[in-house]
Design a protein around this ligand. Structure first.
Ligand SMILES: NC(=O)c1ccc[n+]([C@@H]2O[C@H](COP(=O)([O-])OP(=O)(O)OC[C@H]3O[C@@H](n4cnc5c(N)ncnc54)[C@H](OP(=O)(O)O)[C@@H]3O)[C@@H](O)[C@H]2O)c1
Length: 341
């Protein structure tokens, strides 16, 4: 089977090679899917440079966290998934940009049957991250004000849609007029070009000086520090990404604006599985599988009612993966870039 591998750390077009590998064999509670489509994922851009700290496999390794496909083999315990159309986070978050990939049962869901393969490939990370952030962690309520950074991106555009669906007043930041128009189309009341102007005065103006109840931040760095000043009393600041520079993941936080802001600073990480075993082994909190099942059910209802929709900005053949990842990196994409074999 064909597989895109990172063979050296560099920009995607230099880091990646398309190689021939044997079919991977699923272990216990794992499935092998025939990948039909996979989205370009920002974490995989960081993976090419070797700066994605969460998982750092030795070179060479097959890239790709997220895929959609059909289960063609199942390890012990996973037989009930055979033949099913699924969306998946791949095993060890690797191998999605391959013709076949492994995925653990805890991180797969049935693809909604009313979505096409490409549409289904577009939904997993954006809608699960945004739903977990806004509802599981952030307790977003109708009437709340919500600011979504990078609101035209994959996760951001899902956050804008879910905010609107929840009855929140949604503000979004994005770079450039096309992205701002896109955010407004999705229901954002206010769209701010944070590359051209400071978003803080605009947000304070729109909330009569109060600040916003919830911020969904996928960017990090200066955007985060400035965002602290835009929070309302008792607000919820949801940190879910660092596309402005993964190195800011490790920048020490300055607690003063948090203390003086009287708001909650919250982290969001998408992972479902054996929460207790992971806590013991890695001292991190992942979410029980049941949370993911409930999130997917809620999303299915919202998709079926057409209150949210998958957003595909570009479609490309899988052979053009390096160009797709560089397009994502260049900040010139809206919604998701979907690659198909
Ligand atoms: N917490 C989790 O479990 C989890 C899971 C999946 C993804 N994520 C994170 O969510 C974020 C969004 O991922 P995505 O795949 O949906 O990507 P994306 O939002 O479609 O693309 C990244 C966007 O970030 C903005 N951006 C701001 N500063 C940037 C910079 N210096 N370089 C490039 N882009 C910059 C750009 O929008 P503007 O031009 O409008 O600024 C760009 O279009 C990523 O940080 C990713 O790591 C987190």
């Amino acid at each position: 089977m064909k597989s895109w591998q990172v063979v050296r750390y560099a920009r995607p077009s230099e880091a990646l090679e398309l190689v021939e590998l044997p079919s991977p064999e699923p272990g216990p509670s794992e499935v092998r899917l025939r990948v039909l489509a996979a989205p370009a994922n920002f974490n995989d851009v960081d993976g090419c440079y070797g700066r994605y700290a969460t998982v750092h496999p030795p070179l060479p390794y097959s890239l790709g966290m997220e895929a959609m496909g059909v289960v063609e083999a199942a390890g012990p315990g996973a037989e009930s998934w055979l033949g099913k159309r699924i969306i998946a986070t791949t095993a060890q978050v690797q191998g999605a940009y391959s013709e076949e990939a492994l995925a653990p049962m805890d991180m797969i869901f049935a693809a909604p049957e009313f979505l096409s393969d490409e549409q289904a490939a577009a939904i997993f990370f954006p809608f699960h991250v945004a739903y977990v952030a806004l509802h599981v962690r952030g307790a977003l309520q109708a009437g709340d004000t919500l600011l979504v950074h990078a609101g035209a991106g994959g996760v951001g555009s899902a956050g804008v849609q879910l905010g609107v669906a929840a009855g929140a007043r949604v503000f979004a930041t994005a770079g450039g007029p096309k992205k701002l128009a896109f955010c407004r189309e999705l229901g954002a009341e206010l769209a701010i070009d944070y590359r051209a102007e400071d978003f803080l005065p605009a947000v304070l103006e729109a909330t009569a000086g109060r600040g916003v109840d919830v911020i969904l931040d996928l960017v990090g760095g200066d955007v985060t520090e400035q965002g602290f000043r835009a929070m309302a009393f008792n607000g919820r600041y949801l940190q879910a990404g660092f596309s402005g520079g993964i190195e800011t993941e490790d920048t020490g936080l300055i607690p003063r604006p948090i203390v003086f802001g009287n708001f909650n600073y919250m982290g969001v990480m998408l992972a479902y599985g054996d929460a207790l075993a992971t806590k013991r082994a890695a001292h991190i909190n992942i979410m029980p599988r049941e949370v993911g099942v409930q999130v997917q059910e809620s999303l299915n209802t919202l998709f079926a009612e057409k209150r949210i929709r998958p957003l595909i900005g570009e479609r490309m053949p899988m052979e053009e993966l390096p160009a797709a990842l560089e397009l994502l990196e260049s900040r010139n994409t809206m919604g998701r870039v979907i690659l198909s074999w």
